[in-house]
Ligand binder design. Structure first.
Ligand code: ATP
Ligand code: MG
Length: 420
């Protein structure tokens, strides 16, 4: 017997029931971001592999073991994008987006990482990604954070905690790194395999380790905060002042370092305790060096990405109900010659701005009326042989006790609109 083909592990179908949350989220962010001056852009899901290894960093979880990398038919190494920032920066450079000055942009779509699938962690997942290119901050850092706080409110999400930190600039990180390596060397026996392998290539990553056995060791490790130079410290202090002024609660988390190499100064994450260990619903920060590093004219930047699946899980956790507009009318029809007038009427009502469901698939009036009722529509419009002969339709209110009436088709839109 043939075994049916199934979806790839860790890659989900989003069915209609579930997709309602996604649609609501999509329109909420589009409106919200536009209100802060962010323009939408859309990018390929496949990029040259080098784009990610150069930006995210060779010695990171993503580049070392999570990328979907494959040779193109002509032998080029391609990768399914694991995140969106690198692609945005690539496109900004390629199209000289910053030529006229700084740009605020956002994008969204599927990302791919070969991870162990579990609740809130998948191999194809979706991000909404926001980037302010050419802005030095900290005003724009603060604005991105308050914009997210506004989104959580619109989505009915409460109790997400904002964690912020500053990881300083290159020179501070170099000094910190020397001490960090010394510290880890002194505790070699306590390191896990990943930490040992990265001891000299990327010790900072170990501070981001999810291994519970390492937590005490990481807790006591030298903190980047103690190495910041004056400019970075000033940036961080100003950010905190702006957040205070906006009434934003936050936690300064000296252990927050994030999993990419390109970050500097501000990093932040929004964390919930309601989704188990997949509790980070959004994360981001500053990457002042990346545009220059990828070949563009050097310009500072700040951005973040949020995980759509985790946000939808959280919306459900908070019993979020997307405001839905019920259909205005459900058209029921049976009998010879009724299909064409039914279709014409449906289209003319839609021209008038009404939401109209048209019965499909035939059946008796009784079964069709049951469907009309179950659809939640406010009216049923009935077209049968009698109505057809009289050049009228029957209009039956489904959510009010009013009587059914027979009217000319041209009057239907007006009656339904008046009853709203
Ligand atoms: P985590 O620490 O949970 O692995 P991350 O630091 O790797 O997250 P980022 O690369 O910063 O995550 O991505 C931003 C957001 O995208 C995360 O906060 C999370 O909400 C979401 N995300 C990341 N990886 C996944 C995944 N495999 N499945 C679902 N959502 C994800
Ligand atoms: Mg990760």
């Amino acid at each position: 017997m043939n075994k049916n083909i199934q979806a790839i592990r860790g890659m989900n179908d989003i069915l209609p029931e579930e997709a309602r949350f996604w649609t609501f989220l999509d329109s909420a962010v589009a409106g919200l971001f536009a209100g802060y001056g962010y323009g939408n852009m859309r990018l390929p899901v496949v990029e040259a592999t080098a784009l990610f290894s150069r930006s995210i960093g060779e010695v990171t979880d993503i580049v070392e073991k999570e990328m979907y990398t494959f040779p193109d038919r002509n032998g080029d190494s391609l990768t399914l994008r694991p995140e969106a920032t690198a692609g945005i920066v690539r496109a900004a450079i390629e199209h000289s987006l910053l030529y006229e000055g700084p740009k605020k942009v956002w994008t969204s779509g599927p990302m791919f990482r070969y991870e162990r699938p579990q609740k809130g962690r998948y191999r194809q997942f979706h991000q909404i990604d926001v980037e302010a290119l050419g802005f030095a901050g900290p005003d724009v850092d603060a604005e991105q954070i308050v914009m997210l706080a506004r989104l959580w409110k619109q989505l009915g999400i409460a109790d997400v905690e904002l964690h912020i930190n500053s990881i300083g600039d290159t020179e501070a990180r170099a000094r910190h790194r020397v001490d960090l390596v010394k510290y880890f060397e002194a505790h070699l026996d306590q390191l896990d395999e990943d930490a040992r392998r990265r001891l000299h290539s990327n010790p900072l990553r170990t501070l981001d380790s999810k291994n519970p056995r390492l937590q005490d060791l990481v807790e006591a490790a030298p903190k980047l905060a103690d190495y910041l130079d004056d400019a970075a410290r000033e940036h961080f202090t100003s950010l905190q002042g702006l957040l205070d002024a906006a009434g934003m609660g936050f936690v300064v988390d000296p252990r927050l370092v994030r999993g990419f190499d390109y970050y500097n100064r501000t990093v932040f994450e929004w964390i919930t305790t309601r989704l188990g260990s997949q509790g980070t619903i959004a994360g981001g920060g500053r990457y002042d060096g990346l545009i220059g590093q990828l070949g563009g004219r050097a310009a500072p930047a700040c951005g973040f990405a949020m995980g759509v699946e985790r946000i939808v899980l959280l919306m459900k956790e908070y019993q979020f109900v997307a405001p839905a507009r019920p259909a205005d009318a459900y058209i029921v029809y049976a009998g010879d010659g009724t299909a064409a007038p039914a279709l014409r009427l449906a289209e003319s009502l839609r021209d008038a701005g009404l939401v109209v469901l048209m019965h499909a698939g035939g059946g008796t009036f009784k079964t069709q009326m049951k469907k009309a009722d179950a659809s939640g529509a406010r009216f049923a419009i009935i077209i049968g042989p009698e109505e057809l002969a009289a050049g009228e339709i029957s209009l039956k209110p489904l959510r009010a006790a009013d009587a059914q009436v027979r009217v000319a088709p041209t009057r239907v839109a007006g009656i339904i609109q008046q009853s709203a």
